[in-house]
Design a protein around this ligand. Structure first.
Ligand SMILES: Cc1cc2nc3c(=O)[nH]c(=O)nc-3n(C[C@H](O)[C@H](O)[C@H](O)COP(=O)(O)O)c2cc1C
Length: 153
């Protein structure tokens, strides 16, 4: 059973739509389960218990959302040397008005600190959330779940 944590922050709903689509891609995959959580509700146990994590953040002021940073702040010390965390597959989904690169760069840097393993290219949604980008998010959810179940990651 592939257990995928989809963690997100969203103020005006864009990142939430993307995250929901990722989670749907996971749950529509055989033998897979998505845990769908707002970042303030997530904790070390959620990260430890999953087989893969998808981090979904808006870009605010050229950086990740504060709530996503707060999740890292709350969990890093406990998890950084945990062998269960090492090489945990992850990928990133960003919602941005017109850029997204700042949020992406900083999340990737922190994920290196956790020693997570990047298994998919990030998705950056610039501007309006379209059906096309939602389909990409769905696919990334499916691909991660399938990859975990196949033992590829
Ligand atoms: C406080 C604030 C700061 C923002 N800063 C940026 C930014 O630096 N770069 C960018 O491309 N978009 C920026 N945006 C636009 C958001 O990234 C974009 O509207 C995003 O879709 C919001 O996601 P949400 O609906 O999940 O909150 C900002 C929006 C807000 C509210």
């Amino acid at each position: 059973m592939a257990k995928v944590l989809v963690v997100y922050h969203s103020q005006s709903g864009n990142t939430e739509m993307l995250a929901r689509s990722v989670a749907e891609g996971v749950t529509k995959t055989e033998n897979s389960h998505a845990t769908f959580k707002r970042a303030p509700d997530a904790n070390t146990q959620d990260i430890k218990n999953c087989d893969a994590v998808v981090i979904c953040s808006p870009e605010y002021f050229g950086y990740m959302a504060g709530a996503i940073k707060d999740l890292f702040d709350r969990t890093y010390e406990e998890l950084k040397d945990d062998p269960e965390i090492k090489k945990k597959p992850f990928c990133i989904v960003i919602s941005a008005g017109n850029d997204g690169s700042g949020a992406l760069t900083h999340i990737e840097r922190i994920c290196k600190g956790y020693r997570f393993k990047k298994v998919q290219h990030p998705i950056i949604c610039k501007g309006k959330v379209t059906e096309e980008i939602l389909a990409q998010c769905f696919e990334i959810g499916r691909t991660i779940a399938e990859g975990v179940n196949a033992g590829i990651f």
